[in-house]
Ligand binder design. Structure first.
Ligand SMILES: [Zn+2]
Length: 328
């Protein structure tokens, strides 16, 4: 029986009479590939068999199986490029600065014998990946960076994973499994975050010279303000609107110090009540990006952060206007 190889497109003889075992979508099963390799006397590792089953919808010619058997960790340019694009989108969404993303992706690609060129913008990533020894094996892909919550744990774990890929030469399957574990790790409970942010903001008030009553007022303002922020974020409301509303509500609650003369430092309570909204991560990342030559991303991150700071200022001003406070 004559067959056409899906990898090199050449014809070859398939001398076995029994039907090839296929799965639901009509492609040969892993066992079918294995039996055929055994028949041709080509020793394939489990990883190589996985690779063939994942990537080809028909049996390969003996010549192609030989060349795959010579590769210790085979991976197709399509698989690797899809994986690396997803990984870089995750890293950007989790709040990594640009050159860190580029370093992680390059390290993993090199461990599989590929080179990477990336262009990263605020909203999109363009990535071209090519084989280090064969320039014709290349693929360019573009992906959108989704809005995700910052997660430094994800960033540090992916960074560690990229070093493991580099040092221990992980197989593609191992890499993919570890990556899935990392991104599916449960996040810190929102109630924990709420409690910790409240405590941190009250401590900020103390650092800026507020008394114990001011700390109490700031804690209540932060608790309610941050809770509203969590609720609004969960409903995918525009983040500028979120910052405006939360800044207004938190400062309005903090202003009770002026109304009821609860504290001897009411101005500190008012000033620090909105600190939990300051976009620290984009501000720090924008400086890193600017220093490391990713000027466009750096500027766009800085502009984004500045817009949010203006929203905070507007919310705070609204409170001061309504209550007629004049502290300037
Ligand atoms: Zn072939």
């Amino acid at each position: 029986m004559g067959k056409r190889c899906p990898r090199c497109n050449s014809r070859f003889d398939y001398p076995i009479d029994t039907a090839i075992q296929t799965n639901q979508v009509g492609t040969p099963t892993r066992t079918a590939h294995k039996d055929w390799a055994t028949h041709c006397n080509i020793p394939l590792s489990e990883e190589q068999l996985d690779y063939i089953t994942r990537n080809y919808n028909d049996l390969l010619c003996p010549h192609c199986m030989q060349s795959i058997a010579a590769e210790e960790h085979p991976v197709s340019v399509r698989e690797l490029s899809n994986f690396l694009l997803d990984l870089s989108r995750t890293l950007m969404g989790a709040g990594a600065h640009t050159s860190r993303v580029v370093r992680n992706v390059t390290r993993i690609a090199e461990s599989f014998g590929y080179k990477v060129d990336m262009t990263i913008f605020q909203m999109h990533i363009t990535m071209t990946i090519r084989h280090a020894k064969d320039d014709t094996v290349r693929r360019t892909s573009v992906g959108k960076i989704g809005a995700a919550a910052f997660n430094f744990n994800t960033i540090s774990q992916i960074s560690t994973l990229s070093w493991e890929a580099h040092d221990d030469h992980l197989s593609f399957r191992e890499l993919l499994e570890r990556y899935k574990q990392i991104i599916h790790e449960p996040r810190l409970s929102r109630w924990w975050v709420l409690g910790l942010v409240t405590a941190a903001n009250a401590c900020f008030c103390r650092l800026f010279g507020g008394d114990v009553y001011a700390m109490g007022i700031v804690a209540v303002a932060t608790l309610i303000g941050f809770f509203i922020r969590q609720e609004m974020s969960a409903r995918h409301i525009n983040h500028m609107a979120i910052f405006l509303v939360c800044s207004f509500i938190a400062s309005l609650i903090a202003a009770t110090g002026f109304w009821f003369h609860l504290s001897s430092t009411p101005e500190t309570a008012l000033g620090t009540s909105v600190l939990f909204l300051i976009p620290g991560v984009p501000l720090i990342n924008s400086i890193f990006d600017l220093l490391e030559g990713h000027v466009l991303v750096g500027i766009s991150r800085a502009v984004n952060a500045l817009i949010l700071i203006v929203c905070i200022a507007l919310g705070l001003s609204a409170t001061m206007l309504i209550l007629g406070l004049d502290m300037l």
